[in-house]
Design a protein around this ligand. Structure first.
Ligand SMILES: C[S@@+](CC[C@H](N)C(=O)[O-])C[C@H]1O[C@@H](n2cnc3c(N)ncnc32)[C@H](O)[C@@H]1O
Length: 402
């Protein structure tokens, strides 16, 4: 049964379903759910993510992981547990660059990719990484770092709306044969509870999306670590900003199909991505309740710059490339830090039993340049977006919603 048939059948047998349940089926239904049926990232997919833009992203994350390892007195193994690892390109870029970092970091590095969906083509080439197919986190007491890029934004959300009848939730029902959005009572008290906890009262007519899976997932993430860090990269904002009615009266839920933002979630079911921005205030506070220290929240632009983006750029300039190759590489790097695009993504760092070290990605430090001094800058490969073979669209390449 297709994802759409499953949605219709549930509504016919039980009545309207929450939007979050609809989104879960549309994205993850085993027979034709969006993430089970296709590779979403890349020219043949629907959007691009940072790992696809340029291997500098993985290289600079590798530098951050190297510093974490050093701060922890070089444990071996140092496990990097990547959640929502997708096609494995980030894993490949991190492992490749780590191989050149000093002090035997690569020997201690153990990389585990986890995703709800089966492995894509890239990951199998990554050096020594393993892959786990799971929705939850089947590990405990690791020493290392739980890492993710665009993982939390792919979780089903509950949209709520401030109506004349008070706070209501968005459901999906049928009007004749047509799938429609309907308002109804809140399905769970935790929805109002989340806004109360944040001290947020929605304005009349305002919509806000709430990810109720954050708390249980942060408990699992904290439990997965005995000692180490959590690094979460995604588009999103602090709650005050995210739920500001002046800026985002209609919320942030968007849909993507073939690199076009379509914004019609009840159509193209199983064939388009549905996503909403991450509330980083709630991720941080859920982490704190679960035993994680909040170490800092910065933009991706600042994070990559602090870690030595300029230094890598200089190294790139010294390599003998054709003008076209140089242009392609520079375009990918620029996209990673573009204002109004990927550069505005956020990086949240949390720690467990590691004290409060000054992470290089959070604060500029001259030290960050030293491990990469003698390494060649990594270049675009056939797995990345590339001008050379015409796959780069130039200028504002489509990254997921911001
Ligand atoms: C937007 S994609 C990002 C993929 C990759 N991290 C990247 O940056 O290209 C989101 C990924 O998270 C995975 N995902 C979503 N929810 C998950 C869950 N609960 N457990 C594991 N993986 C999940 C999806 O299957 C998908 O591969």
């Amino acid at each position: 049964m297709s994802a759409e048939s499953e949605v219709r059948q549930r509504i016919q047998s039980r009545g309207k379903i929450t939007f979050a349940e609809f989104m879960d089926v549309a994205l993850y239904w085993p027979h034709g759910g969006y993430y089970t049926a296709r590779e979403p990232v890349g020219a043949q997919g629907d959007y691009y993510t940072s790992p696809a833009m340029h291997p500098f992203f993985g290289a600079l994350l590798s530098v951050q992981l190297f510093q974490m390892w050093r701060e922890m007195d070089r444990p071996s193994p140092f496990t990097v547990f990547e959640l929502g690892a997708g096609n494995g390109l980030l894993c490949r870029d991190i492992c490749s660059y780590a191989a050149g970092l000093p002090d035997g970091f690569a020997v201690s590095l153990r990389y585990v990719c986890l995703d709800r969906r089966a492995a894509g083509p890239v990951e199998s080439r990554a050096l020594g990484a393993s892959r786990v197919l799971a929705n939850g986190l089947p590990f405990k007491n690791l020493t290392g770092c739980v890492l993710s890029n665009e993982y939390l934004d792919a979780f089903p959300v509950h949209p709520v709306v401030m109506t004349n009848d008070g706070l209501q939730e968005v459901y999906v029902g049928l009007n004749g044969d047509e799938l429609v959005e309907l308002y109804g009572e809140l399905s769970q008290p935790g929805l109002a509870g989340r806004l109360d906890d944040l001290g947020i009262e929605l304005a009349p007519g305002q919509t806000a999306e709430i990810n109720l899976a954050l708390e249980p997932r942060l408990i699992e993430i904290a439990a997965a670590l005995k000692r180490g860090f959590v690094l979460t990269v995604d588009y999103g904002r602090t709650a005050q900003d995210l739920y500001d009615p002046e800026a985002r009266l209609r919320g942030t839920l968007v849909t993507y199909h073939q690199h076009v933002q379509t914004d019609a979630p009840l159509t193209l079911i199983g064939r388009q991505d549905i996503t909403a921005q991450v509330d980083f205030t709630s991720v941080a506070s859920a982490g704190e309740k679960a035993g994680l220290n909040t170490l800092g929240l910065v933009t991706q632009r600042d994070f990559l710059s602090n870690l030595g983006l300029d230094r890598l750029h200089q190294q790139l300039a010294g390599q003998s490339l054709t003008p076209r190759q140089m242009q392609a590489n520079r375009a990918g790097i620029t996209d990673l830090v573009r204002p109004g695009g990927l550069g505005e993504f956020k990086v949240l760092a949390q720690g467990k039993n590691v004290g409060t070290p000054a992470l290089w990605g959070l604060e500029r430090s001259d030290e960050a340049a030293s491990p990469i001094e003698s390494l060649a800058a990594p270049l675009l490969t056939e797995h990345h977006l590339s001008l050379v073979d015409g796959r780069h669209f130039g200028g504002e390449a489509e990254s997921e919603a911001f």
